[in-house]
Each structure stands twice: as structure tokens, then as C-alpha cells.
Design a protein around this ligand. Structure first.
Ligand code: NAP
Length: 317
């Protein structure tokens, strides 16, 4: 029977679906795989379902010259933790779970936009600390989103879902950048130059994939181009934003606030960010809803099944 390895526990329905077809081993802890574990996965299993943090680097693939493993069916749309070229060179296919994550991650972006622009985290902390003395007309005044302009960096699946929510739900104008202009069924202005986009918007939302191409895409120069009342939201990958530059921009008032779901060195979150009231911080909650994680898991299982049935991978990367 085909031996499959899950690098984390997945929802029960997903494990059940995989067990019905494969000889499944589930690693019961929730930390990223160590190099030794990855070595064992490549040596002892026919396929694996890795996820965020499992750093399948070129060195890891090189350490197993004739891997038994033929497929890494990644749990998640982002696969910047897997060196796909090195996997291909080792004869290992890689798939991911696009689409299943889109709406939930876009919702998380909206949550962060509201939290930072409307000072929701700050207000909640005030109340919980017993510091709320009652409503008054000038308390905790934030930025109203209606009528403002959102700038989307990376107008892919998630970027478009965020843009739609902003346009149809909040009456915002939408501007965006990505490698190419998109044909969209709602109004949005393509601004190819990132700094020009940053300068033009009230909220800049990052939705590009992680990886070497987008590493530190949002640096001091981009943050410096933003307006002092503007907010930055990142639901993509932590190292797309140069975290030190973001901290400096927030501390010196170059931008007004930030909403973050991801961090450059997560799960480490700099004390400087934690100390600032104008920053909303979530622990990578983008897709954290049971049905979403079930859909993602079923997509990984479907990729495993297709692969071992000799069919084309539905979600090859
Ligand atoms: P996608 O459909 O592939 O969209 C990515 C977009 O980024 C595309 O529009 C692409 O432009 C653009 N892009 C890529 N490289 C770029 C660059 N160097 N400069 C400007 N734009 C660039 O991916 P998705 O499904 O929307 O997912 C996006 C990312 O979100 C994932 O890769 C993942 O890392 C992250 N994510 C995070 C969470 C979370 O829990 N916080 C959950 C899900 C996903 P073109 O279309 O022009 O090529």
C-alpha cells in the first residue's frame, strides 16, 4: 500500500479520507519538520503532505539521492518553503491548494483593515484593562474606510477577493499592481509602479506569494512613499515586508498603522510591534476555519489520489 505522511495533524475528515486509500502516518506535533524528519520523509514514504515551515530546501533534496517520495502535496497555497526546482530535479512533484483558501484569507485582510483603521485592537485593550470611561464624541477616532482607496499588491485570487470586498462591501476605490494588468469585472486602476501605488492609497494590502522574487518587496522606500495617514496590511508572507523598516516607519509616523497576519521570522513577533498601539497583530489566522482547512486537506488528498492513479496533478505547481 502507498505510504503517505502528514507533517501535522489535519482535520479528522481529511485524515479519514486519506486513510481510506493510503497507509497514512500522521505526525502528532505541530512544529515544523526538522532536517532529519524531512530526510526520513523523502526516504521512507511514497508521498507527503507538508505545510508552512517545513523547509524542503535544495540541501534537503540533495541529501537523499534516490528518494522514495515522489510527491509533496503541500497543504496551503503558498509553497515558498519548498524549493520546487530542486524537487523537480530530484524527480519529486509538488502540488498546492489554490482557491480553497481565497475567501477566508480575504476576510482576514478585511478584519485587519478594520482593526487597524478603526483602532479595534487598541479599543479592546483599553476596555479589558478597565480604562474605558464611557462613550464620548472624540474618543479613539480612526479612519473610516468608505470612500477611501485601497491599493492591492498582487492582484491574484486573494488580491481580487479583497478588492471585491473593498469595492462592493465598503465603497472603496481600488488600485493595484501585479506583474500584469488584469481583466476584472469591477472597477480597478492598474498602477504598475509599486511606489506610485503606495503613494496613492489609504490602505496598502500585500497579497503576493512569498519567495526570492518578493523578498523585502515592501522596504523603507515603499513605506516612505506612503501617506502619513495610511495603513499597511500584510496577509501574504512575512518576509515580503522588511520588518525593521516597517517598525521604523510606524515609530516615526511615516505611516499611521499596520495590520499583520504574518511576520518575517514567525512565530517570533518583535517586541517593538507588540508595544505599539497602532498595530493589529494576528497569529497567522488567514485560513483558520474548520471548513476551510477541510477543503484544503481534501485538495491535498485529491492530488495524492490523482498522482497515484497516474492522472495529471490537479494542482501542480
Ligand atoms: P495567486 O493567485 O498566485 O496571486 C498572486 C499575485 O501576486 C498574482 O497576481 C501575481 O501577479 C502577483 N505577483 C507575483 N509576484 C509578484 C511581484 N514580484 N510583484 C508584483 N506582483 C506579483 O496567489 P493567491 O492564491 O492569491 O495567494 C497569494 C499568497 O497569499 C500565497 O502565495 C500565500 O503565500 C499567501 N497566503 C497567506 C495566507 C495566510 O494564512 N495569511 C493564506 C493563503 C495564502 P500576476 O498575476 O501578474 O502574475
Amino acid at each position: 500500500m502507498t505510504k503517505v505522511f502528514f507533517s501535522r495533524p489535519l482535520p479528522a475528515s481529511v485524515q479519514q479520507a486519506a486513510r481510506a486509500r493510503f497507509d497514512l502516518d500522521v505526525r502528532e506535533i505541530t512544529t515544523p519538520l526538522t532536517e532529519d524528519e524531512m530526510h526520513r520523509v523523502l526516504t521512507e514514504y511514497d508521498a507527503a503532505v507538508p505545510t508552512l515551515g517545513d523547509m524542503f530546501s535544495a540541501e534537503v533534496f540533495a541529501s537523499v539521492p534516490a528518494p522514495r517520495c515522489k510527491l509533496l502535496a503541500n497543504f496551503g497555497v503558498g509553497y515558498n518553503h519548498i524549493d520546487v526546482a530542486a524537487a523537480a530535479a530530484a524527480g519529486i512533484a509538488v502540488s498546492n491548494t489554490p482557491g480553497a483558501v481565497t475567501d477566508a484569507t480575504a476576510d482576514t485582510a478585511m478584519c485587519l483593515m478594520l482593526m487597524t483603521a478603526r483602532r479595534a485592537g487598541e479599543g479592546e485593550r483599553l476596555l479589558r484593562a478597565g480604562g474605558w470611561e464611557g462613550w464620548h464624541p472624540t474618543q479613539l477616532l480612526g479612519m473610516h474606510l468608505g470612500g477611501k482607496t485601497v491599493g492591492i499588491v498582487g492582484m491574484g485570487r486573494i488580491g481580487q477577493a479583497i478588492a471585491k470586498r473593498c469595492h462592493f462591501g465598503f465603497g472603496m476605490d481600488v488600485a493595484y499592481t501585479s506583474r500584469s494588468p488584469k481583466e476584472l469585472d469591477f472597477p480597478a486602476t492598474y498602477v504598475p509602479e509599486l511606489k506610485a501605488l503606495a503613494a496613492a492609497v489609504d490602505v496598502l494590502v500585500i497579497a503576493v506569494p512569498g519567495g526570492s522574487e518578493t523578498h523585502h518587496l515592501i522596504d523603507a522606500a515603499v513605506l516612505g512613499a506612503m501617506q502619513p495617514h495610511a495603513h499597511l496590511v500584510n496577509i501574504a508572507r512575512g518576509n515580503v515586508v522588511q520588518e525593521n523598516a516597517l517598525i521604523a516607519a510606524l515609530q516615526s509616523g511615516v505611516i499611521a498603522g499596520a495590520g499583520l497576519d504574518v511576520y518575517e521570522f514567525e512565530p517570533q513577533v518583535p517586541e517593538a510591534l507588540i508595544a505599539m498601539e497602532n498595530v493589529a497583530l494576528l497569529p497567522h489566522l488567514g485560513t483558520a476555519a474548520l471548513e476551510v482547512r477541510e477543503d484544503m486537506g481534501m485538495m491535498s488528498v485529491n492530488n495524492l489520489k490523482a498522482f497515484f492513479d497516474g492522472k495529471e496533478l490537479p494542482n501542480a505547481v
